[in-house]
Design a protein around this ligand. Structure first.
Ligand code: ATP
Ligand code: MG
Length: 214
């Protein structure tokens, strides 16, 4: 039987994916949250899971180190999508990509006046395209996490980050000032693997499609 490898990240992606995997008849034999293993066997002898950083999932799939993966739209936009099919929106890990600024910062009038804004973000590509489309001049500062801190210590005027409940923004006296896009996670497939291993991959794709909740 053809072997297939699925790349996943721990945390919310794994939590939200486990029920879909189970519906597809795939169950991990170890819990990635408690195990230190990076390669997890499943109840299916030909299917294994690899556990990687969320932002590394497209890279593993692009180069064929994994045949399939699950990655957020945020991560896919930054990666660019080379070598990947993105056949299915899984509707999981849903949140919004937002521009956020300090509660006392008048973002709209800064934009109207044509101010040059300093924006801190992990999502440099998405932010660049968003502000270019609006005709807003920005200096982008790349960060790898805790974006909320940047405006509080004068590193940036505003941030581009993912927001779900808004409670992290609120706790740091920030407010969402603009929505860039809705985000959810997608199934991604290595383009060559889909051709060469279609017999093994198609049933997983079909089972995932059937398990997706609207
Ligand atoms: P790392 O923690 O390794 O730096 P990360 O923070 O991107 O990476 P997670 O926090 O597990 O990893 O996020 C994984 C994916 O879940 C993101 O790429 C995004 O698509 C989605 N996500 C992030 N934040 C939220 C949120 N607050 N609510 C729902 N989904 C989210
Ligand atoms: Mg995180």
């Amino acid at each position: 039987m053809t072997d297939i490898t699925i790349a996943l990240s721990k945390g919310r992606i794994f939590d939200d994916t486990a029920p879909i995997l189970n519906a597809a008849g795939i169950e991990a034999l170890d819990n990635p949250e408690t195990s230190r293993k990076l390669i997890l066997s499943t109840n299916r002898a030909n299917v294994r899971l690899i556990i990687v950083r969320a932002s590394d999932v497209p890279t593993y799939v692009q180069y064929g180190a994994a045949d399939l993966g699950i990655a957020g739209k945020d991560v896919l936009l930054e990666h660019g999508g080379a070598g990947l099919y993105q056949p299915l929106d899984l509707n999981i890990a849903r949140c919004r990509m937002m521009v956020a600024a300090p509660e006392d910062f008048d973002y709209d009038s800064a934009v109207r006046q044509g101010a040059r804004l300093r924006i801190a973000t992990k999502y440099v590509q998405t932010a660049r395209e968003h502000f270019a489309a609006k005709g807003v001049h920005v200096d982008l500062i790349k960060l790898y996490g805790s974006m909320e801190l940047a405006p509080l210590v004068g590193l940036a005027d505003a941030i581009v980050d993912l927001v779900s409940s808004g409670s992290t923004l609120k706790a740091n006296h920030l407010k969402a000032v603009e929505e860039i896009m809705a985000i959810s996670s997608r199934l991604i497939i290595n383009q060559a693997a889909l051709k060469l291993k279609r017999d093994a991959i198609q049933p997983v794709l079909d089972a995932f499609s059937a398990a997706v909740k609207p």
